[in-house]
Design a protein around this ligand. Structure first.
Ligand SMILES: Nc1ncnc2c1ncn2[C@@H]1O[C@H](COP(=O)(O)OP(=O)(O)OP(=O)(O)O)[C@@H](O)[C@H]1O
Ligand SMILES: [Mg+2]
Length: 521
C-alpha cells in the first residue's frame, strides 16, 4: 500500500516538474506523454492492489470502503438517481410505472432523443415514438431540469440452460439533490398520470394469444399479439333489441363501477358465458364487447397451457381493460361434469392395453390444467391482479359444462345466442341490404319463425357473390333457402314421428308376446 501511494506521489511530482519547466506545445505534449508513461506502472499497481483487496479483503471491510467512497462521490456529485425497472420481483408482470414512463417520455423524446423507436399508433394513422436503448432525454418541471435514460443490461448466457438471459430494461431519472421533494412527489405523480393518459389516447388495441409458443426465455412475455381490428359492433349484431340493450347496459355499468367494486370488497371483474349453436354470433359478440369498451382481447388457448402454474402466469401477465376469452370451453379440456368418471375409465382402458409410446406422447403434448386450476384462474386470489377485466367463455353445449364452472360469481351473466329471429333478421337486412322494409319481408317473417336458421346462414345468403347480385336476387335466395329448410324440417319431423310410431308398435307387440307366453305357462 505504502509503495503504491509513494509511486503515485512521485509520478505526480514528476508531472508537475515537467509541466513547470516546459514552454512550447511540443514540449508540453512530450511532457504529458512522459507523465502518462510514468503513471502507467502506477495505474497497473492500483489495479493490482484493488484486485487483491477485492479478493482477500473481508466483506465487512469492503462495505466500509464502499460506504465512504459513496459519501465522497455524493460530495462531488450532488445528483440523485432513481431507477424504474421494467420487471420487478420474479419477472411476473411488466411494471405499470415503467409502462407509464415509456408513454410519458414518448411525448418529448421525439423532440430531443437522437435514436427513436417508432410504433404504429391508434387507428394506424400515426406513428408513436419512444426512445431507443441508452438514449437520454431531458425534461423540465417547474423550471427544474431532470434527465431520463433508458438502460438495458443482460443477454448473457444463463449457465443453467442454453437460452440467453432475457434483457433487463430500466429507466434512470437523474436530478439535483436540491429538488428532491419536488421531483419525488409532484413530478413523478404527474409523469405517471400523464403517461397513463397518453397510453390510453395512443394505444392500438391488441389481440393476444398464447398459442404461438412465445416462451419467455426469449421474449418478455408469454403472450404474443397483433393489432386488434375487428369491425363488429353492437349495431351490427343481429339480436333482439331489448336483449342487446341489456348486455350493453351490463357492460357499461361494469366498466364505470370501480368504486362500487372497491366498496363491496369484490375484485373488479365479471364473467360472461356465451352459449348457442355454431354460427349464432358468439365470437362476433366478443369483438363487439371489446370495441364497445375499448378493451384488449386475450384469446386463451387452454390446450396450449402446460399446467396450472403456467395458467396463473398467463393470467398475471394480462393487463387491465381486457377481455380474457376461452372459446369452446367444452372442447378445450376435459372439464365436463363427468370428468372423474372419464378419467377412471381411461385408467381402466390403459390397464388393459398398456402402450408406452402413447402415454409418453400424451404426457408431452397434453395440457395438465385441471378444473380447480381453471376455477382458481377465474376467481382465485390471483384473478384480482390488474382489475377491470371480463372473462368470457363460449360453448355450443352449455349442458356439458361442470356446474361449478358456470355458477353465478364465476360466470355472472349467461347469454344465449340462438337461431335467427325476424327481429335479428331485420338487423342483418339493414347491414347487408341497407333496407329497413321490403314487400318480401312478410314472407321471410312467416318462414323464419318456423325454421332453425343461424344468423351466419342468413348473412351468407344476403352476401353479394357477383356484381350481378342485386338486392331482389339476394332476398329471393334467402327465401329459397328458408323454404328448403322448412321442407327439410317437415321431412325430418315426419321421419321422427314414423320412427316413434314403429318403436311404440314394436314395444307393444313385445309386451303382448310376453303376456301370451306367460299365460300359456
Ligand atoms: N348474431 C349475429 N349478428 C351478425 N352477424 C352474425 C351473427 N351471428 C353470426 N354472424 C355472422 O356469422 C359469422 C360467424 O359468426 P361467429 O363466428 O360469431 O359464430 P359463433 O357463434 O362464434 O360460432 P362457433 O360456435 O362455431 O364459434 C360471422 O362472421 C358473422 O358475420
Ligand atoms: Mg366462435
Amino acid at each position: 500500500m505504502f509503495l503504491f501511494f509513494s509511486s503515485l506521489k512521485n509520478s505526480s511530482t514528476q508531472a508537475q516538474l515537467n509541466h513547470n519547466t516546459t514552454t512550447g506545445m511540443w514540449m508540453g505534449a512530450a511532457s504529458m506523454a512522459g507523465s502518462w508513461v510514468a503513471a502507467g506502472p502506477t495505474i497497473a499497481s492500483f489495479m493490482f492492489v484493488w484486485a487483491m483487496i477485492q479478493q482477500y479483503c473481508p466483506q465487512a471491510v469492503l462495505r466500509f470502503f464502499k460506504k465512504y467512497w459513496r459519501r465522497l462521490m455524493n460530495y462531488f456529485h450532488p445528483y440523485i438517481q432513481i431507477s424504474i425497472h421494467e420487471f420487478a420481483g420474479e419477472r411476473l408482470k411488466r411494471s405499470e410505472a415503467f409502462i407509464a414512463i415509456e408513454s410519458y417520455l414518448s411525448k418529448n423524446s421525439s423532440n430531443t432523443a437522437k435514436r427513436l423507436k417508432a410504433e404504429i399508433g391508434k387507428d394506424s394513422t400515426n406513428l408513436v415514438f419512444s426512445m431507443d436503448d441508452h438514449e437520454k432525454v431531458t425534461d423540465e418541471f417547474q423550471g427544474v431540469k431532470v434527465w431520463w435514460v433508458l438502460n438495458r443490461t443482460g443477454s448473457s448466457t444463463n449457465p443453467d440452460n442454453s437460452y440467453p438471459n432475457p434483457d433487463k430494461r430500466y429507466y434512470t431519472l437523474t436530478f439535483h439533490k436540491n429538488h428532491r421533494s419536488l421531483i419525488t412527489e409532484p413530478y413523478l405523480k404527474y409523469v405517471l398520470s400523464e403517461g397513463k393518459e397518453i397510453r390510453v389516447r395512443n394505444r392500438q388495441r391488441k389481440l393476444y394469444t398464447n398459442g404461438s409458443g412465445g416462451r419467455w426465455s426469449y421474449s418478455h412475455t408469454m403472450w404474443s399479439h397483433i393489432v386488434f381490428e375487428h369491425p363488429a359492433t353492437f349495431d351490427t349484431i343481429g339480436m333482439e333489441a331489448k336483449k342487446k340493450q341489456e348486455i350493453i347496459d351490463d357492460l357499461q355499468t361494469f366498466t364505470s363501477s370501480k368504486d362500487f367494486y372497491a366498496r363491496i370488497g369484490k375484485a373488479w371483474k365479471r364473467g360472461y358465458l356465451l352459449y348457442g349453436p355454431p354460427g349464432t354470433g358468439k365470437s362476433t359478440m366478443i369483438a363487439a364487447m371489446a370495441n364497445l369498451l375499448n378493451y384488449d382481447i386475450y384469446d386463451l388457448e387452454l390446450t396450449a397451457v402446460k399446467n396450472n402454474t403456467e395458467l396463473r402466469k398467463l393470467l398475471i401477465e394480462t393487463t387491465s381493460k381486457s377481455i380474457i376469452v376461452i372459446e369452446d370451453i367444452d372442447c378445450s379440456l376435459d372439464l365436463t361434469g363427468q370428468r372423474k368418471k372419464k378419467e377412471e375409465k381411461l385408467k381402466d382402458d390403459e390397464k388393459e392395453k398398456p402402450s408406452k409410446e402413447s402415454s409418453h406422447k400424451e404426457d408431452e403434448s397434453s395440457s395438465k390444467v385441471t378444473l380447480s386450476g381453471l376455477l382458481n384462474f377465474i376467481d382465485g386470489i390471483w384473478s384480482a391482479c390488474g382489475g377491470e377485466r371480463l372473462i368470457v367463455f363460449t360453448t355450443n353445449y352449455v349442458e356439458k359444462l361442470d356446474p361449478a364452472l358456470i355458477r353465478t360469481g364465476r360466470m355472472d351473466k349467461h347469454i344465449e345466442l340462438s337461431y335467427c329471429s325476424f327481429e335479428s333478421f331485420l338487423v342483418l337486412a339493414k347491414n347487408y341490404l341497407n333496407l329497413e322494409t321490403h314487400p318480401l319481408f312478410d314472407q321471410i317473417k312467416e318462414l323464419i319463425e318456423d325454421v332453425n336458421i343461424t344468423p351466419a346462414d342468413v348473412a351468407e345468403n344476403l352476401m353479394p357473390k357477383s356484381p350481378k347480385d342485386d338486392l331482389e336476387k339476394r332476398i329471393h335466395k334467402l327465401i329459397q333457402t328458408l323454404q328448403q329448410a322448412k321442407e327439410a324440417a317437415i321431412v325430418e319431423e315426419s321421419q321422427e314421428a314414423n320412427t316413434a310410431e314403429s318403436t311404440t308398435t314394436y314395444l307393444q307387440s313385445q309386451t303382448e308376446g310376453e303376456r301370451s307366453s306367460s299365460s300359456s305357462i
